[in-house]
Design a protein around this ligand. Structure first.
Ligand code: HEC
Length: 161
């Protein structure tokens, strides 16, 4: 009898936990959170929840190995935090600039082409893992990088060892 009660208790806890995690992932981000800067003129765009979710999925599978939480392994000075993006030449703190970076990455001062050093979709010979990314995918990943700092205050900055 007691044993049975324990099992029911465990099952209940498990069920409640499942319910909570499911409902957490189903939470829709509000439009304000999904609204980001589109271009260097400061116009804005509101991404759909699907675009943010897809952008996050693609970012996690292709970028987190070097950019976990928006930090940059091997180069602490060039994180994906908004202020670091803003300080690049030309500034990268908008959606279209990030789309451009994923096609033609350049050094922080804009002087050098990094298409042989940084993953991008223009060199499928060097970065076959990004070969299947469509224009929409690139847009979603770029957009996610501007939504992420609103979801995680630890996004960007320095890696401490
Ligand atoms: C092999 C490691 C590596 C991978 C994988 C990688 N990056 Fe990077 N990323 C870097 C490094 C290193 C830099 C700094 C480059 C420099 O010296 O300017 C950087 C810089 C950037 C910048 C410029 C940041 C700024 O403040 O100007 C963006 C944007 C970026 N990466 C996005 C991405 C995205 C999106 C992906 C996935 C599609 C990705 N990176 C995958 C290593 C990586």
């Amino acid at each position: 009898m007691v044993k049975r009660f324990i099992w029911v208790a465990i099952a209940t806890i498990f069920f409640v936990f499942q319910f909570h995690t499911n409902s957490a992932s189903a939470v829709e981000l509000n439009a304000n959170t999904r609204t980001i800067v589109l271009n260097d003129a400061g116009e804005t765009v509101t991404l759909s929840s699907e675009e943010v979710t897809e952008g996050q999925r693609l970012f996690n599978s292709n970028c987190t190995k070097c950019h976990l939480q928006g930090k940059t392994k091997t180069n602490n000075n060039v994180s994906l935090g908004v202020s670091d993006l803003a300080g690049a030449e030309p500034p990268r703190d908008n959606l279209l600039a990030l789309v451009d970076y994923l096609k033609n990455p350049t050094s922080y001062d804009g002087e050098n082409n990094l298409s042989e050093e940084h993953p991008n979709i223009s060199r499928p010979d060097l970065y076959p893992e990004l070969r299947n990314l469509t224009e929409d995918d690139v847009y979603s990943v770029a957009g996610y990088m501007l939504v992420a700092p609103k979801l995680d205050e630890r996004w960007g900055g320095t890696i401490y060892f």
